[in-house]
Design a protein around this ligand. Sequence first.
Ligand SMILES: [Zn+2]
Length: 336
Amino acid sequence: MKVSIFLAILLAGAACTAEIPDRVITVMGEIRPDKLGPTLSHEHVLVDFIGAEFSEPPRYNRDSAYWIILPHILEIRNLGVKTFVECTPKYLGRDPLLLKKLSEETGMNFITNTGFYGAIDNKYIPAPVLNMPAEAIAAFWIAEFRQGIDGTGIIPGFIKIGVNPTELSDFHKTLVKAAAQAHKATGLTIMSHTGPAVPAFQQLDILKSEGVKADALIWTHAQNEKDWSKHVEAAKAGAWISLDGFWGGAEKAAEIAEMVVNLKKHNVLHKLLLSQDSGWYDPDKPDGSNYQPHTPLFTELIPALNQAGINDADLHQILEVNPGKALTVGFRVYEE
Ligand SMILES: [Zn+2]
């Protein structure tokens, strides 16, 4: 009896003092969030548009894809990028082993994901999943977090879902609910391909009803919402605002710069993520002729941001500090 009380006190003490350090999960393992360095928070090295039914096993030769992709990664490494958040979900060409090979070769951090992508009317969702309850869907993602992806031992660093750019369908509500449940089990941040504000705010409502705070959500493709006050509103609620569509062009650069300035004006620059959504090796174009470089952010967008009054400290916040915080594994939940 005495021994067990002693043990209980010891264990309680250990629980109080054992602080779990903040961490981000890359394909090579865990790193501290402040070690991410300059980060591209939403890119793709590969996307296969064939649809869920035919996407696995891969339709491409991994080595051939690797040699097409590598020069594009070396190009951004030369520009100082240290971390690449790869947002291609399962059934759309997610390939953790390819990312690991790129990471080993370049020394850069690559982060992959778990989750299912419901946008494009569920083309990338296997038919049986459409009838599953949220708990069963979440169980897939939680298992990948605990056991690694498809026997590779590689752990996902965030949950990627996707919804249509309209009011949420019943199934998309289920996907969001599953993401909330998986967040509560894993502490992984939810990155949701969304677009307009209507589905973004519906998702925040569902998360809240599941006890999950807004900071667990990255509102992805927020640039597609033209009412910029919605960016501010969601950021003030705690959500991450991801402006992530830029393949070049002065007009587009100026527009995104204005969105960033608006967030700065409202003191929510600490909730902004900025990236390009570029790359996309396509197995149907194996010569890589369609591959969009990951460089316009540096060659065009940053100069436009500078011109609009976004300074180096702001850029450090947006491209280094914020991604580390957004992708830190941790439970963003309301106290019971
Ligand atoms: Zn994307």
